[in-house]
Design a protein around this ligand. Structure first.
Ligand code: PHE
Length: 336
C-alpha cells in the first residue's frame, strides 16, 4: 500500500507538472483529489490495514495528499499568471501609460464676483431677478425717465434691432419690470446680467459688459439706508477697512444721483479713487410710472460694474482678458 501511494504521488506530480491549462489541472484534481479520486479510493483501503501498520500508512497517505495538493496550488498559480500575461500581451495594454486627466473647470472671474455679490444680498433679504437682454425702448429708456429726445440717451448708444427693440444698455430696465410686477408692494431685488453699448473696445471699454442692478422701494427708505447699503457692499468685496466716496452725479432715473468710488492706494502709497457703481434715490417719475405714489414711497437703486470690481479685486489690466476664453488667464482665479 505504501508503494502504491508513492506511485500515485510520483504520477500525480508528473502529470500536474505537465498540465498546460487550468482545465487540464481541474481534470487532474478530480482524478487524484476528489472524493472519488485515486487517493480517496486507496484511503478507503486503510480499514483493512493491520492495526500496527495503520499509523505509518496513515502518515504516508497524508504526506502524499499534502504533496499533491501543494503541487496543485503551485501549478494553479503559474497557470493563472500565464493566462494574465497572455491577456496583457494580446490586449496591448500598457499599464505604464498615465491615465486620462480629468479637466476641472473653474468659475469665470466675472461670475465669481456676481456670485459673491449675490451671496451678500441674499443674506440681506433681496431677491434675485433676471431680465431680457433684448429689451424694448419703453423699459430701457422711457420708463427710466428718458423720453425719445432726452440728451442722456446719447451716452448710452446701443445696438438696435428695430426702432423699438435694442440690446439693453444697462440693467436698469429691470427696475421698471420689477415695479410693474410687484404692483405697489415693497421691493428688494438685485439683477445681474449682460449689457451692451456701442463703444469702441480698448483696454478699459467693451461693447458688452456686465452689471448688477439693485432696487429697493418701500416706505421710509432714506439716503442713510442707501449709503449704508453701498458701504456694506464695498466692505463685503474689499474688506472691512475700505472707504468709499460718493461723488455727485447725474442719472435721469435717480435724484439725487451719485457715483460710488472705492478708495485705493497705489504702489507709491498715493490715494486714488475708482468708480465702481452708479446709484441714487429713485426718481419720483420712475416711481409713478412703476405704479408707486412718490409721496408715500421712496427707494434707492444702484448699478454695479462687474468688470470694474473684478479688475480692482484681481488686479487685471486689460478688460478684454475676460472675454477671450484663454484658459491660462481663467485658471488663475480658481477659488479666489
Ligand atoms: N444704469 C446706470 C448706468 O448704467 C447705473 C445706475 C443704476 C445709476 C441705478 C443709478 C441707479 O450707468
Amino acid at each position: 500500500m505504501q508503494s502504491k501511494l508513492e506511485e500515485i504521488k510520483i504520477k500525480a506530480l508528473e502529470n500536474i507538472g505537465k498540465a498546460k491549462s487550468l482545465e487540464d489541472l481541474d481534470e487532474l484534481r478530480i482524478k487524484y483529489l476528489s472524493k472519488k479520486g485515486e487517493l480517496s479510493l486507496i484511503m478507503q483501503g486503510l480499514r483493512d490495514v493491520p492495526l500496527d501498520l495503520k499509523p505509518l500508512i496513515g502518515k504516508v497517505a497524508n504526506e502524499v495528499k499534502g504533496a499533491i495538493e501543494n503541487a496543485f496550488l503551485l501549478k494553479k498559480e503559474q497557470l493563472n499568471d500565464a493566462v494574465l500575461f497572455e491577456m496583457l500581451a494580446s490586449d496591448n495594454l500598457d499599464i505604464n501609460l498615465p491615465g486620462i486627466k480629468f479637466n476641472h473647470g473653474t468659475i469665470h472671474p466675472l461670475n465669481q464676483v456676481v456670485e459673491d455679490i449675490e451671496d451678500l444680498f441674499l443674506g440681506l433679504g433681496y431677491q434675485i431677478k433676471e431680465g431680457p437682454e433684448v429689451e424694448s425702448d419703453l423699459y430701457n429708456f422711457e420708463m427710466m425717465n428718458m423720453d425719445k429726445d432726452h440728451p442722456a440717451r446719447a451716452m448710452q448708444d446701443s445696438f438696435y434691432i428695430t426702432n423699438d427693440l435694442l440690446l439693453r444698455t444697462h440693467t436698469s430696465p429691470v427696475q421698471a419690470r420689477s415695479m410693474l410686477e410687484a404692483k405697489g408692494k415693497p421691493i428688494k431685488i438685485i439683477c445681474p446680467g449682460k449689457t451692451y453699448r456701442r463703444d469702441s473696445d480698448d483696454a478699459t471699454h467693451s461693447h458688452q459688459f456686465m452689471q448688477i442692478e439693485g432696487l429697493v422701494v418701500d416706505k421710509n427708505i432714506t439716503f442713510a439706508v442707501f449709503k449704508n447699503t453701498l458701504l456694506q457692499l464695498i466692505r463685503h468685496l474689499f474688506g472691512e477697512e475700505r472707504e468709499i466716496r460718493l461723488r455727485p452725479s447725474y442719472f435721469p432715473f435717480t435724484e439725487p444721483s451719485v457715483e460710488v468710488d472705492v478708495v485705493y492706494y497705489n504702489k507709491d502709497g498715493k490715494k486714488g479713487y475708482i468708480e465702481v457703481c452708479g446709484a441714487g434715490m429713485v426718481h419720483p417719475n420712475v416711481l409713478s410710472m412703476g405704479g408707486y405714489d412718490p409721496k408715500k414711497f421712496s427707494g434707492f437703486a444702484f448699478g454695479i460694474g462687474v468688470e470694474r470690481i473684478a479688475i480692482l479685486k484681481y488686479g487685471i489690466e486689460n478688460i478684454r482678458n475676460f472675454y477671450l476664453n484663454d484658459l491660462r488667464f481663467l485658471k488663475q482665479f480658481r477659488g479666489k
